[in-house]
Design a protein around this ligand. Structure first.
Ligand code: KIV
Length: 295
């Protein structure tokens, strides 16, 4: 049986594709930058329809899509499948491929090879990697030098949250906040086109923003950043529980999905579904002939 035709979501035909110069211009003009994660065709179509600027195929897919407890188990081949699907749903946002844990730490060569696969095999425009320590900065510089733009990510870096002492806000002492500043500046100096600040006190973000020239996208980092990112499943409530305190929930789709599937199951068990309107017809003469053939 063939699948249903794809639902077409209207998109603004006049909207220009996001580019790095346009992104820098948005920062210069003080226009808020909107970023969201997407992991497949329908989530990407929602991002396109909403006219967001940046779409991240995040390694948060490990938890939102694959059901792991942390982001570390997702592997590059899985990320490539998800990124390809998201690519098919996008026309205008810049598509960012997140480099999963274990796919870039070993060497600059490994990092370049992984970034190349994200671009060549999945159609990502740019990549993102976590951390602002010496190794991450070296990887970022190497990928940029290979011709692929890189977004950095500092503060809470979920891939190394165990080493950071758990899934919690970072930079809550002067020394730790200063370290985040050093990392952010090193990533900027390495050529990153933008940064993510995750789970940093808002007052620390305000101080750091004075130092950074490239666009900064925040998640749980207050309102001083140039833009915001949320995980698709968090903002739409496709999850159990509320999630981190910085999440604002705009829908409760998990409840809607549960209710829909429950109603369907009840209809099937009560023989209310399928109804006559859901069935195909056959010419009565053909049916008569069939009955003779089967007699
Ligand atoms: O993987 C992800 O979704 C992320 C965002 C939270 C920035 O890295």
């Amino acid at each position: 049986m063939s699948s249903h035709p794809t639902v077409q979501i209207p998109v603004d035909p006049g909207r220009l594709p996001m580019t790095l110069p346009l992104l820098a211009e948005k920062k210069r003009l003080g226009e808020p930058i909107v970023m969201v994660t997407a992991y497949d065709y329908p989530s990407a179509r929602s991002a396109e329809a909403a006219g967001v600027d940046l779409v991240l195929v995040g390694d948060s897919a490990a938890t939102t899509i694959l059901g792991h407890n942390t982001t570390t188990p997702v592997v590059l081949d899985e990320m490539l499948v998800l990124a390809r699907a998201a690519r098919r749903g996008l026309r205008t946002p810049l598509l960012i491929g997140d480099l999963p844990f274990g796919s870039y730490e070993i060497s600059d060569e490994q990092a370049i090879a992984t970034a190349m696969r994200m671009v060549k095999e999945a159609g990502c425009d740019v990549v993102k990697l976590e951390g602002g320590g010496e190794a991450s900065v070296s990887r970022a510089r190497a990928i940029v030098n290979a011709g692929i733009p890189v977004m950095g990510h500092v503060g809470l870096t979920p891939q190394t949250s165990t080493a950071l002492g758990g899934w919690k806000a970072q930079g809550r002492t002067a020394a730790k906040a200063a370290r985040i500043a050093t990392e952010a500046l090193a990533l900027q100096e390495a050529g990153c086109f933008a940064l993510v600040f995750e789970a940093i006190p808002a007052a620390v973000t305000e101080e750091l923003m004075r130092l950074i020239e490239i666009p900064v996208i925040g998640i749980g980092a207050g309102s001083a950043t140039d833009g915001q990112v949320l995980v698709f499943h968090d903002l739409l409530g496709i999850r159990d529980g509320l999630g981190p305190r910085f999440v604002k929930r705009y829908a409760n789709l998990q409840e809607e999905m549960n209710a829909g599937v429950t109603a369907y199951a009840e209809d099937v068990r009560a023989r209310r579904y399928p109804g006559p309107e859901h069935t195909y017809s056959i010419d009565p003469s053909e049916l008569t002939e069939l009955r003779e053939l089967l007699a």
